[in-house]
Design a protein around this ligand. Sequence first.
Ligand code: ADP
Ligand code: MG
Length: 350
Amino acid sequence: MKRKFVWSLLGFASLMILLYVLQPAPDDIKFTDETRLMLDTFIRIVVYDPDFPADSVKQAISAAFADFARIDQLCSSVRDSSEISEINRQAGRAPVKISRHLRKILEYAKFTSEISGGAFDISFLPVSRRWNFYDSSRPFRKPAPEEIATALPKVDFRKIQLEADSVFLREPGMEIDVGGIAKGYAVDLAFETLQKSGLRDFQIDAGGNLRFLAGPVSTGKRKIWIKHPRNRDLLWGYLQMDTGCVATSGDYERFFIEDSVRYHHIIDPKTGYPAQKAVSVTVIAPTAMAADAFSTAIFVLGPVAGLQLAETQPELEAVILYLEQGELKWVASHGIRDKLVLESVGVASF
Ligand code: ADP
Ligand code: MG
């Protein structure tokens, strides 16, 4: 019970990473929405379709949440019965058969690792455990350098052997976690489900992983606000977009501060320490899975290598916020600049 409670608080925090609103929103905009706690975060689905029967909308939303439940079952690294847990238990021993869904996630994770030179690496878990980012019953802690040095050799995506229908972690003690990509995949599944139900104007938000479709109600009105990473009361700016996938990774939702240093849950696989080069990264991509994975990858890479990655991948766009001598700075890839509006407003105005 205790575990659940703590996670739900963390989940609530990450719900706020991107604010997602229609503006201007006349009082007569009608919508159906539902929020559920899944995949360690709050998932919110909002449907605007004006002429769709209410019952059918509710049914479609339930079916979309069933997609999230399915991915949660497969992918949780805290749930003993998940495919991920079985893969981790069999590390160094035997390959484990995997479902089609997990295969797609692991394939894309591998692609992201390769493109990012290992900045994205789902085998980071042995290191992350030392920081207690994975045990919500205990507080976060800073491990001794020797602990990190012991765990770090287990982190290597090249030792994840992915076959047609199985996966094998080559070394005992290796462990994977797909928390940096699975929510995006689940959003894509749910998106398809809603679309197949005939809906044309809706949005899905899974803890800062968004996918949305413009219809008659929302067109021209969607603003995706990026939070100010160092001032909880402020929004930093917004993206004006009607249709697409956006995800943000930040260091200001799950973190602790010790001796004036901020430690958080995105690990640089090269050092075993939380990535320090960026504070907030927002990515636009063709799928929610790509946006999710690459926002984490670019966060680790930081403003220079991260921007370079976004510029060389034609389908990826990024806004990277970082600190220089304590001052907040930003860079953005070319393709995102026409959507980005720098307007800082108070959270309270929503
Ligand atoms: P969140 O899941 O908090 O919304 P992100 O999408 O940025 O934010 O993902 C962070 C999650 O990614 C962490 O909680 C962890 O599960 C996982 N992760 C952390 N570091 C890495 C890394 N270097 N590569 C891949 N996944 C990572
Ligand atoms: Mg991510």
